[in-house]
Design a protein around this ligand. Structure first.
Ligand code: HEC
Length: 122
């Protein structure tokens, strides 16, 4: 009897978990769609990526409160979108390549963010 009871107890939370995961997946899909349409939210996402991909460990960028000193400062208005995309995708010297790890559209988002952070700082 204890066996049957514990089986029933297990089943209900398992079903609830499946429903919850389904709901979360649908919710996060909606969230990323909203992000793509809202430049203000994209800046937040890019700032977060700057830290989560450890750019901040090696680079300074005032907008992201980053002060890494391994690579050159990214507080540099001369940086172009093309150069930033190229460095992230291909690396150079001690800078690792993130191509194939970070999806292309997120690399472009990081590049837009770094370039625009320099424009607003000027
Ligand atoms: C392990 C340390 C390290 C990490 C992590 C790192 N970089 Fe770099 N980065 C460097 C170094 C070192 C250079 C200089 C490379 C060279 O020119 O020889 C560099 C160069 C760059 C440049 C060119 C800067 C210039 O003035 O020429 C950009 C842009 C850049 N990194 C962006 C990023 C971004 C964005 C990230 C995160 C996705 C990142 N880096 C992660 C070390 C790093």
């Amino acid at each position: 009897m204890t066996k049957a009871a514990s089986k029933r107890k297990f089943l209900t939370p398992a079903l609830a978990a499946v429903a919850l995961v389904g709901g979360l997946a649908a919710g996060s899909a909606g969230f990323s769609r909203a992000n793509a349409e809202d430049p203000a939210v994209n800046t937040d996402a890019a700032r977060e990526m700057f830290h989560s991909w450890s750019c901040s460990a090696c680079h300074a960028l005032a907008d992201a409160d980053a002060s890494g000193g391994v690579g050159p400062t990214l507080d540099n208005p001369k940086l172009t979108r093309e150069l930033v995309i190229d460095r992230i995708s291909n690396g150079q010297g001690a800078m690792p390549s993130f191509g194939g790890q970070i999806p292309d559209e997120e690399i472009a988002l990081l590049a837009d963010y770094i370039v625009s952070a320099n424009k607003t700082a000027e």
